[in-house]
Design a binder for this molecule. Structure first.
Ligand SMILES: [Zn+2]
Ligand SMILES: [Zn+2]
Ligand SMILES: [Zn+2]
Ligand SMILES: [Zn+2]
Length: 298
């Protein structure tokens, strides 16, 4: 503490010491030099972790008059009192910390499963919402299944937990039989899994009401990204009684929810009257034969 200048810097250090101690930074060693701790991004990340909920903080980052930080979600929940020192909170933003965060570059949260992208702190969340390595939702349509994971995990899950049939090959010939086709419910659906070109495709067959009109719809979804899905084409043919309907389409990625695909009518749509006509006979039983093919565009 020889010169006034170094005294000043000592003061700054001691303020920072208190502050870091108060938000319970776990490693006291990182406090020993402010310069060093700021350049070490893990310490900055600790500062950017909300001390209340431990989530990463994004602007507006708040602080109490004593300098304790907290995230905007937590601020709404603490009834205007600092959770660290109980002081009245007021409406103070921690602009310095917001600025520090702006200068950071951080890896994607899916780094461990293959994404090596590095992003500005404030762009990371946006990226992660679209990152191709983010887990997929279970494509099974019949229940509110919340499982997420990569494709191999979901394929195993569909087979083992949803008892979905898996067919090898790129052509298929399916018969959908329903004994009381006049009871069309929104929740009638079937799912078959196809394994071809080293990929997996989900064939959905559903019955639902379109307004007041009962319809059947068949469509294919691709277990992978849209970019990859676009490389494939599929056709569906349904018919009987000397008539047939042909649909040719591009499989939709399972990133698009099953309801989204259904509501966009991106598939083979058959009105019930037509379906019963194809079924032949007494109109008391639905017997639809759907044949299809998947091919890869060159
Ligand atoms: Zn928080
Ligand atoms: Zn406080
Ligand atoms: Zn990523
Ligand atoms: Zn599932």
């Amino acid at each position: 503490m020889g010169t006034p200048e170094s005294q000043t810097s000592d003061n700054v250090v001691s303020i920072d010491r208190n502050e870091l101690a108060d938000i319970q930074v776990s490693k006291p060693s990182s406090v020993s030099g402010v310069k060093a701790s700021l350049s070490s991004s893990s310490s900055v990340h600790e500062l950017l972790e909300c001390p209340v909920c431990t989530n990463a903080m994004y602007p507006p980052i708040h602080q109490c008059p004593n300098g304790h930080t907290l995230c905007s979600n937590c601020k709404l929940r603490v009834h205007n009192h600092c959770p660290t020192c109980r002081h009245e909170l007021g409406d103070i933003r921690c602009l310095a910390l917001e600025k520090v965060a702006e200068s950071l570059e951080v890896p994607c949260r899916y780094q461990s499963i293959g994404c090596y992208g590095i992003f500005p702190y404030y762009g990371k969340v946006e990226h992660e919402q679209l990152c191709e390595f983010r887990p997929y939702n279970c494509p099974y349509a019949g229940s509110e299944c919340l499982l997420t994971g990569d494709i191999p995990l979901l394929v195993a899950h569909l087979k083992n937990d949803h008892k979905v049939d898996v067919h090898d090959g790129c052509t298929f010939n399916h018969r959908y039989v329903k004994s009381n086709p006049h009871e069309v419910e929104n929740a009638t659906w079937m799912l078959t899994l196809f394994n071809c070109f080293g990929q997996h495709f989900c064939l959905h067959f559903e019955a639902f009401l379109l307004g007041v009109a009962p319809i059947y719809m068949a469509f294919l979804r691709f277990m992978g990204e849209e970019e990859e899905a676009k490389k494939y084409t599929y056709s569906l043919v349904v018919g009987g009684n000397g008539r047939k309907m042909i649909w040719q389409g591009v499989p939709r990625t399972i990133r698009d929810g099953h309801k989204k695909v259904r509501d966009s009518h991106d598939g083979l749509v058959i009105h019930r009257d037509m379906a019963l006509f194809f079924s032949g006979g007494s109109r008391e039983e639905l017997k639809l034969r759907v044949t299809g093919r998947i091919w890869k565009d060159q």
